[in-house]
Ligand binder design. Structure first.
Ligand code: GDP
Ligand code: MG
Ligand code: ZN
Length: 328
């Protein structure tokens, strides 16, 4: 007897929102979260190239996937869709060794609509270099970013306005906020609406406080410094995506206090300072690093006030880090 083996596979579509060890939490279109594992072929791919891959290369927070269900209600991911963008950083060194294998780039999250760089005016003090570092990370991933300057209740207005003007002149939207007086929070909610936003900023600037006021049901812990667990293992840097409203997601990155943008070459760094771009074509050398070279358009622009000195100072600091850390 012949039997026709009709092979129907009905997959459920969803979004990876959290990863814990080998468990992938997938939010389906019907708003249920399923605990899933990766199908064997993905696991094999990972096992074979373990020294060259991070698990997040294969499946990361923000990936759109398709899975089917086991009888016990858990799922198995069969399809991982192509990513339209990703944010990565230079992987931390493992204890007592060099970087893991040859793989230096570690993916933090994928399919992101915008980066929200969160800073504060005091406690911790506003640090323009840190803000610039985050902006460069976002620019190098071709992601839009906006800036929040929080704790406005702790500082006189003129100092805050100085920084707001500086960044708005460059082209970034800047929101001044306070989780104490609620200044600016409605505007924050508006820019987050219907998007996937990655919240990026030092510990203590007020990210959780702002989110708790906007979305009280989140009940995030305040004042908890999400510590790197000290072991320096790569698994500690797991980001997670929280659905705060329909189609509105926040990507939280605990433990990711600082970022080392990955793979930026010295001669490319200037391209990620958006206020430099008009002047780059005036450099005599196309490999100009805008540091010591003659006939540099950027240096001229700093000298005649078209590029802000604070930004140029940040640029030089970052250029230094690249020289020390990245081996070509
Ligand atoms: N004065 C003041 N304190 C704030 C503000 N936002 C947060 N804080 C305080 O700053 C500390 C760190 O806040 P938290 O939201 O945990 O920061 P996170 O690490 O960025 O998530 C807590 O003690 C908060 O109460 C603000 O706008 N003004
Ligand atoms: Mg927090
Ligand atoms: Zn130059």
């Amino acid at each position: 007897m012949t039997s026709l083996n009709l092979f129907y596979e009905v997959f459920i579509k969803g979004l990876i929102t959290k990863i814990e060890s080998k468990d992938y939490y997938v939010l389906s279109e019907d708003k249920e979260t399923y605990r899933c594992t990766l199908r064997g072929k993905f696991k094999k791919e990972y096992a074979l190239k373990k020294d060259k891959l991070f698990a997040t290369d294969i499946a990361s927070v923000g990936d759109y996937v398709e899975f089917d269900l086991n009888p016990d209600g858990t799922g198995v991911i069969h399809i991982i869709n192509e990513r339209f963008n990703y944010l990565s950083r230079k992987a931390p060194k493992l204890k007592g060794s060099s970087h893991r294998g040859e793989r230096l780039e570690q993916i933090i999250a994928v399919n992101i609509d915008q980066v929200i760089v969160v800073s504060s005016v005091h406690n911790p003090d506003f640090n323009n270099r840190t803000v610039d570092r985050f902006l460069v990370g976002a620019e190098s991933a071709h992601l839009d970013s906006q800036i929040i300057i929080n704790k406005s209740d702790l500082m006189a207005d003129d100092e805050i306005i100085f920084w707001k003007d500086l960044y708005e002149k460059i082209g970034y939207k800047v929101l001044i906020t306070s989780a104490v007086t609620n200044e600016g929070l409605n505007e924050v909610k508006e820019i987050l609406s219907k998007k996937k936003s990655l919240f990026w900023g030092q510990s203590g600037v007020g990210k959780s406080s702002i989110l708790n006021i906007l979305y009280p049901h989140l009940n995030l812990k305040i004042g908890k410094i999400s510590k790197y667990d000290g072991k320096g293992t790569h698994t500690t840097v797991t980001s997670s995506m929280i659905q705060v409203e329909d189609n509105t997601f926040i990507i939280d990155t605990p433990g990711l206090r600082e970022i080392d943008p990955y793979g930026i070459k010295k001669e490319d760094l200037g391209h990620y300072f958006v206020d430099f771009t008009d002047y780059l074509k005036e450099c005599r050398f196309n490999t100009c690093t805008h540091y010591h070279e003659p006939d540099c358009g950027v240096i001229s622009a700093v000298e005649n006030g078209n590029i802000d000195e604070f930004r140029y100072d940040s640029y030089l600091r970052l250029l230094d880090t690249i020289e020390e850390d990245i081996i070509f």
